[in-house]
Design a protein around this ligand. Sequence first.
Ligand code: AMP
Length: 222
Amino acid sequence: MDIVLLGAPGAGKGTQAELLAEWLSLPTVSSGVLFREAIEAGTPLGVRAKEYIDRGELVPDQVTVDMIAERLARPDCANGVILDGFPRTVAQAEALEGLLARMGRRLAVVAYLKVSPEVLVQRLSGRWTCANCGAVYHEVLHPEATKGVCDNCGSPLTQREDDTPEVQRRRIQVYTESTAPVIAYYRDKGLLSEVDGDQSVDAVQRDLRSVITAVQSQGGAG
Ligand code: AMP
């Protein structure tokens, strides 16, 4: 089962993707996490991506699609994936359809986490991330068990460099210009399910699971 989570920066995609991954025993594929890993490792992809990420701009489509294609081809993705942060443009959405079709697959669910602007700002400001496994925490809304330490892997938590107010503003603007059309794209295809993302982590997860269960029971999990 292949699932896409859509939503603005700070909508909770990373947190919800991790919870879904555990529930469905599927890997999460997060373009943001993959870019940050490449930056950390100092690869040519990382050097290229950093120029864009630091400014809150999107990494070019071809670079992003190639990275995702390579990730989807790995054995752990054979039964499906939960995509977080990809696709972010209509061109990426079209490319994803092609990539999945070549593997004899198609998207089962596109869930849009709809979050009000005030909540987005609050979520982005208290966000901490594990640079090792990509898990996301929030000082108030979703704190880690031991301060500053990742619950999953025990690594230290850090704040993302692109979570500064100025870059955040640009990321939200880029989202409106480039990613909001992806919502319309999937809505037109009849694939979009909207979830109220202003709710608590548990309530959003509960709603996401009902959407997925409904699709599974219709046999649409191909
Ligand atoms: P995220 O962790 O999803 O918020 O992504 C962090 C940054 O990585 C974004 O602000 C973009 O600069 C870049 N990025 C992540 N995913 C994509 C994508 N699908 N297309 C282009 N750039 C991306």
